[in-house]
Design a protein around this ligand. Structure first.
Ligand code: ATP
Length: 680
């Protein structure tokens, strides 16, 4: 693909705001292909164009491309419900709600419904064209509306944008367009509505935008210097800089201005992990047995830590004297006499209002000389009387917001297991042994409030076995086994790494790991359960094409009281028909009674995995496996509800790729035991 000549790329005058139409044309080109490299090329050519003509719009352009208005820690949520959007489409285009609903019933895609509604609407005057920065600002205003009358304000915000949105499909008149076949073309109305729904569905993954941005920046900088097109090696170098910087500092708000000022190749010097910008935590790979751990870590030094069953917490702190060194921290961290501090969840949500009791005592665990840090920990419910860890269920009873430190009934203890930043320096590149030493040197135990994760550096099978048993007796979930020395033991933000393995207590039975699944639908109960939902349809997330693929029905593990609560929680999320990004069998008897917006994530355990035509999880990935074909997906046998995962967004649910991996491992184990005469 070239960025000049008679290509379809729209141009605009240098310095002018980027037209939203230009972005939508790019979206439409991306939507028309499934080839990853072409998608990447479209995205990077467009970003290069923005860099060349209107670099000040690069940030909102990237944000609109990744369907996020701000970094995760800013807590800005869009995900506007269908009913509100339908109302706004109706009111903007002068069509009745019932017509919009019937269109939605027929087309099944609100973006296309909006495009069609705009097409049919006679325009009296030509509205001022939308710009990328204008759309970004408008959407931000909608997202931030809160409190009394917020619904109406949101609707009027949507109407404002939608009435200025163009409906025309590329190069065609408005007559005779088959909106479904045409996918709605580059219609601004379509992409606006999809953005509001939280899914652009272009097949443009967030990671691809990051790579596209790196390529655009490298090519642009080479052109500025009058050089030739950059070599593949140079492009790869730029990519690796940006990826590494973004993993430690996942904030385009900080990175993009720094890149525009200093150039992409100097980014690692100016953009480093810092207090105030939460990073995505390092994650572990599941294992099914201690012997598997020993096989994987053979010949390497490793350590086993208790796996506490609470909530992941990343604690950031800056002392009063050091605040001036961290300009980004004042906006995100809470300020008090002790300095700046906050607690972030595993998906960078600010938990400070949930755990004011932790922040109030934080100064008691810091040793003298510590001026700033980022800690990786688990918050766990604590039994004050018996001085021991309590099960996760106790932690769940705590309020999530506006907790007053003095009202707290369920006490929590922080168990620290890693140190990512200390006194002005990131520590992530150090070995775990070094980080652990710094952690112990910089903090002190405060009974029932702060402790270090229990650990042992053994590699003896029996010792690990007994440590696992002890951990379970201490109300933990099992062990985390981590590489201890060498560079392999560095902290890998946002990565599910082979250098961290989790061994859960029930590894011997079942799958070795639970799954976190999204609730897409429900079935009304029978007998005692007729007034509530008695079973639910769950799905895993396919990150490569941003769809939710169904994996099982679940009706086990719920108390009557819980079912009532779930009915209350889920009823407002009901929608008329499945979203176009849900993949499920279309056989009538397989359909749930109610469909929902994708919001809730539940942890689920199961006996094993099997192939089924009814469910679609990882169907594309298992093609070629014995028994697959005809669109059969992987499904869970004997699924059981464990707990809600409020700390995970639907897009953070177990991926279909992970499900496929579990299935392959299960099949490999089955084959192996068959070879051994069926005895494991
Ligand atoms: P995943 O996405 O890996 O499924 P999860 O949040 O569902 O993550 P688990 O798979 O059960 O959690 O295990 C990893 C989690 O265990 C971490 O995110 C952390 O919250 C918790 N944890 C408890 N103790 C430790 C420890 N010593 N080291 C690392 N993580 C720990």
């Amino acid at each position: 693909l070239k960025s000049s000549g008679n290509d379809p790329y729209p141009d605009w005058k240098p310095g002018e705001p980027v037209p939203y139409a230009a972005l939508c044309t790019t979206f439409s080109l991306i939507e028309m292909t499934t080839k990853r490299l072409i998608i990447l090329a479209h995205a990077s050519i467009f970003l290069r164009q923005v860099l060349r003509l209107t670099p000040e719009d690069l940030l909102p352009t990237v944000q609109l491309m990744i369907n996020k208005l701000a970094a995760d820690y800013a807590g800005i949520e869009l995900g506007i419900g269908e009913s509100l959007i339908m109302k706004a489409i109706g009111e903007t285009t002068g069509r009745s709600l019932s017509v919009i609903k019937s269109d939605q019933h027929e087309i099944g895609d609100l973006g296309l419904v909006a495009a069609k509604s705009r097409l049919n609407q006679p325009t009296m005057f030509k509205p001022k064209p939308l710009t990328v920065r204008g759309v970004h600002q408008g959407l931000l205003t909608i997202a931030k509306v809160q409190g009394h009358g917020s619904q109406d304000k949101k609707i009027s915000g949507i109407k404002k944008l939608l009435s200025a949105a163009d409906s025309a499909t590329a190069g065609k008149g408005t007559k005779g367009i088959d909106i479904k076949k045409d996918k709605g073309g580059p219609s601004e109305a379509k992409f606006l509505i999809r953005f509001l729904e939280g899914k652009l569905r272009l097949g443009l993954a967030e990671k691809t935008v990051l790579v596209a941005l790196a390529q655009a920046a490298v090519a642009h900088e080479a052109a500025l210097k009058g050089g030739k097109s950059p070599s593949p090696e140079r492009l790869a170098e730029g990519e690796s800089v940006l990826k590494q910087v973004y993993s430690e500092l996942p904030s385009y708000e900080v990175i993009i201005p720094a890149m525009l000022k200093n150039g992409i190749f100097n980014l690692s010097d100016v953009c480093k992990l810092q207090p105030g910008i939460p990073l995505k935590p390092m994650l572990a790979k599941p294992t099914k047995s201690i012997t598997e751990v020993l096989d994987r870590f053979e010949g390497k030094e490793f350590t086993c830590e208790y796996k506490y069953d609470g909530e992941r917490a990343q604690i950031h702190y800056v002392s009063p004297d050091s605040i001036h060194q961290y300009p980004n921290a004042t906006a995100t961290l809470q300020k008090d006499a002790k300095g700046l501090s906050s607690i972030f969840s595993r998906n960078s949500e600010d938990l400070s209002k949930k755990y004011p009791d932790i922040l109030a005592k934080l100064n008691t665990w810091i040793k003298p000389g510590v001026t700033s840090f980022v800690l990786d920990c688990e918050t766990v419910a604590w039994d004050m009387e018996n001085k021991k860890v309590l099960p996760f269920q106790q932690l769940m009873t705590r309020k999530r917001k506006d907790v007053k430190a003095e009202d707290v009934k369920v006490k929590v203890c922080v168990f620290a297991f890693d140190l990512l930043f200390l006194n002005g320096e990131p520590t992530v590149k150090k070995s775990l042994r070094e980080r652990r030493q710094l952690l112990h040197e910089s903090f002190q135990l405060v009974e029932g409030e702060f402790a270090f994760a229990q650990h042992s550096n053994t590699n003896e099978l029996e010792e690990i076995q007994s440590l696992l048993e002890e951990s379970v007796k201490a109300s933990c979930e099992g062990l985390m086994v981590k590489m201890l020395d060498t560079e392999e033991s560095g902290y890998e933000p946002s990565k599910r790494s082979r250098n961290w393995l989790k061994v859960k207590k029930d590894y011997l039975s079942g799958l070795g790991d639970s799954l976190d699944l999204v609730v897409l639908g429900a079935y009304f109960g029978r007998g005692k359960r007729t007034s509530v939902y008695g079973a639910f349809l769950l799905a895993a997330y396919n990150a490569s094409n941003q769809t939710f693929e169904t994996i099982c029905n679940i009706g086990t593990g719920f108390s009557e009281a819980l079912l009532e609560e779930l009915h209350k929680e889920l009823s407002p999320l009901a929608i008329d028909r499945p979203k176009p990004f849900y993949e499920h069998s279309n056989v009538p008897k397989d359909q749930p009674d109610v469909w929902f917006e994708p919001r809730l994530v539940w942890e689920v355990k199961a006996a094993d995995l099997t192939l089924s035509p009814r469910y679609k999880a990882a169907a594309a990935e298992v093609v070629g496996t014995i028994g697959s074909g005809d669109g059969k997906g992987i499904s869970l046998r004997f699924p059981r509800y464990i707990k809600p995962r409020d700390d995970k967004k639907p897009e953070e649910a177990t991926t279909t790729r992970a499900v496929a991996e579990m299935y392959r491992r299960q099949e490999a184990v089955a084959k192996e035991s068959a070879g051994k005469g069926g005895v494991d």
